[in-house]
Design a protein around this ligand. Sequence first.
Ligand SMILES: Nc1ncnc2c1ncn2[C@@H]1O[C@H](COP(=O)(O)OP(=O)(O)O)[C@@H](O)[C@H]1O
Ligand SMILES: [Mg+2]
Length: 492
Amino acid sequence: MKILLVGGAGREHAIALALKRSSKEPRISCFADLVNPGINKVVKETGGEFFLGSINDHGAIIRAAQKVGADFVFIGPEEPNFHGVPDRIEESGIKCIGAGRKVAELEMSKASMRDLQWKYKIPGRLWYKKFKTYEEALPYIQEYAESVALKPARQSGGKGVKVIEDFQVYLQEDKRKVKKEHAEMIVKEHMKDYDDIDYKLLIEERVWGPEYTVQCFTDGRTVVPMPAVQDNKHAFDGDLGLETGGMGSISCGMNLKWGVDDDRAIITEEECRRSADIVKLMIDAIQKDTGQRYHGIAAGQMMLTSVWGPTVIEMYSRLGDPEAGNVMTALKTDLVEICEGIIEERLNTVKVEFEDMAVAVKAVCPEGYPDKRDLAKGHPVALEGAGEGVLWASAEETGGVVRTGGSRVVECVGTGDALPEASAKAEELTKSVRLTDGWRTFHRKDIGSEKSLLRRVQLGSMARDIYKYRERKGLLGKRMIWVPGKGLVEVG
Ligand SMILES: Nc1ncnc2c1ncn2[C@@H]1O[C@H](COP(=O)(O)OP(=O)(O)O)[C@@H](O)[C@H]1O
Ligand SMILES: [Mg+2]
């Protein structure tokens, strides 16, 4: 069995380790734009090869797959999906785990994703408006938009989203200005290099509630959910600071319980099931709309909101990073068997199981991340101890030396019977990482801690009280306004 893995970040290191555990003892090769030391180790141990090149260059990837005689290619990140790399690989006669260009539209265009959700009346849909130019959006931003999320309409690597709350009436003028400036920045800065989309800017109603990701394996017929994971986006403890690609993530069992024997949970099992049902409806809808079969991973980045309960914020066409560290660690079933089930479209015959365990992932970042990445880049890194449980992320190995790439350098994975225990183990692992030139690193201590769990459980419970009430009254997902003389009127 020979596999070519595409991508060189922490997510792909987690995938490589899961593939390596397979009883089929696969020979794992990797194609990435830099040599990730962790993946390189797996490649060496299993007798594979490491190829350097652009992960969007389908020709080079196909040549590498042919050279190693790959039984299949596993695409880790989203950009190759957006560039049709899985389509070209399959056309060349090589099997591939990765969303084809047409179905990857679910992630690539946040505007198309919302269109599809409304067209097929899929639960968890938010109100939105999409714009091709900044000028078109301007009157809307200035006159009408209140509490909103302003978004680049194309996925741009987790940059550019701004959520604006409008309840402080005395700040309305300033907020209008912020909205205007940010909308302009999205179109002029974040979207300027993309000519592969029609719509540039999305304005969405603003909602609140705990966020979580439900990642699923799919062969286009069957959708198999993995444990729900909560990512922590903000740079510093207490959810403060700039948003990052993800500072760490937690999971326990299928539904984010506190512990294996502690049922306090951020979301309930039923909410988990509903979220997976939504992902399935999205997959069915995109397949119906495009005629393309979905082979790979689809995930819902969800929020438990008071309006809908499980609500889609955005979709992924791949595993999340750091969320991959959680699910790949807890995966009990042979990942190669799952991949074969996807390729042969018989995923329903594979019994996919996960350990009932808590997993906490903490990303360690060089100072400067996320806004001054040039300062965070190029520092030599040493990992003291065996490095067991540490995933290499934005790190490059050249000539035997490992240097930081400017983003999260490693992801420390702790496990246990309960999240605070898993968090403490991940915390211990962060001590094994050192930048040998003395440059400082930082990470979040609070990921999976009792205090932060309590806050998240409470937030979930507040959103749940309201959406359950709405559900009982038949008001789930409905927006009502008060019209004098008429009373409550449903709109939209
Ligand atoms: N409609 C919304 N209401 C409230 N918060 C939102 C909304 N949309 C996005 N957000 C917040 O902004 C974050 C980033 O938005 P998202 O659509 O996931 O874009 P990306 O991850 O590509 O930056 C979300 O994780 C969520 O916290
Ligand atoms: Mg997101």
